[in-house]
Write a protein that binds this ligand. Structure first.
Ligand SMILES: NC(=O)c1ccc[n+]([C@@H]2O[C@H](COP(=O)([O-])OP(=O)(O)OC[C@H]3O[C@@H](n4cnc5c(N)ncnc54)[C@H](OP(=O)(O)O)[C@@H]3O)[C@@H](O)[C@H]2O)c1
Length: 239
């Protein structure tokens, strides 16, 4: 029987690659973002439901989780991927930056995860995967990002906390700490500078992050893990 997954931020980049990989692996998918129904990348099908909405709004999470239950009868996997990144010296973050990051990156995680866990808890089965960043554990000179890291790092801590809380109900919680990944988040003209942020000398691909989601799905005894997908950047220093 195929599994059901929710993928947030699935219209672009990493989320789109994850949604595609899950569909290729026989999952039924509820894919969501603010404008996902307007894109050409994903088309609704008997195994794919598209839900438009701002991930920071509780009402979006309610509609997305309801779509999984009403269309596919339950929920096996939530991928919290929707997110924005703002690199700035700390004193230059504005109140508007703060509100935007809090809404998309933190409220998006909170509402979606809380409602998804409610469904998973009833059947004592499920898996939550968050997409984080290797910058949480390894800040890089020249990429000041304390405000987004405050939230991504908090979600790493919540990953461990929820893994312990939900382990008795056979629900796993993991985070993928991604390095620099080639997505529309980074303009092509930035790539030459960004590739030096990995010892491999290249950006990762969104498909490589999707591979890690599929691995975590198969790895039934892995929970509370922060899995780095960064070409080894977290392991040390390089020239
Ligand atoms: N690319 C990297 O180098 C990198 C590295 C580490 C971590 N990450 C993390 O990976 C995740 C995906 O990043 P990406 O590189 O794939 O970025 P991306 O290509 O810009 O995609 C971002 C996705 O999030 C959605 N989104 C943004 N704001 C939203 C909102 N308020 N409500 C609902 N959906 C929203 C966008 O769709 P709509 O515009 O249609 O809403 C889009 O689908 C993010 O959490 C990011 O922090 C990325």
């Amino acid at each position: 029987m195929s599994k059901t997954a929710i993928v947030t931020g699935a219209s672009s980049g990493i989320g789109l690659a994850i949604a595609r990989a899950l569909l290729e692996n026989d999952y039924r998918v509820v894919a969501t973002s603010r404008r996902i129904s307007q894109g050409r990348e994903l088309r609704p099908s008997p195994r794919l439901v598209l839900v438009d909405g701002d991930v920071g709004a509780r009402a979006t999470a309610e509609r997305v989780v309801e779509a999984a239950v009403s269309s596919f009868g339950g929920l096996d996997l939530l991928v919290n991927n929707a997110g924005i990144f703002l690199s700035k010296p700390f004193t230059e973050y504005t109140a508007s930056d703060y509100d935007q990051l809090l809404s998309t990156n933190l409220s998006g995680f909170f509402h979606m995860t809380q409602l998804a866990l409610g469904v998973m808890d009833r059947v004592e089965h499920g898996h939550v995967v968050n997409i984080g960043t290797s910058l949480s554990q390894q800040p890089v000179a020249g990429v000041p990002s304390a405000l987004p890291i405050l939230i991504k790092g908090g979600i790493e801590a919540a990953t461990r906390s929820l893994a312990i809380e939900y382990a008795p109900r056979r629900i796993r919680v993991n985070t993928i700490a991604a390095g620099v990944i080639d997505t529309p988040m980074h303009a092509p003209e930035q790539h030459d500078a960004l590739r030096h942020l990995s010892p491999t000398g290249r950006l990762g691909t969104a498909a490589e992050v999707a591979d890690a989601v599929l691995f975590l799905e198969r790895a039934g005894f892995v929970s509370g893990e922060i899995l780095h997908v960064d070409g080894g950047a977290h392991a040390g220093k390089w020239a």
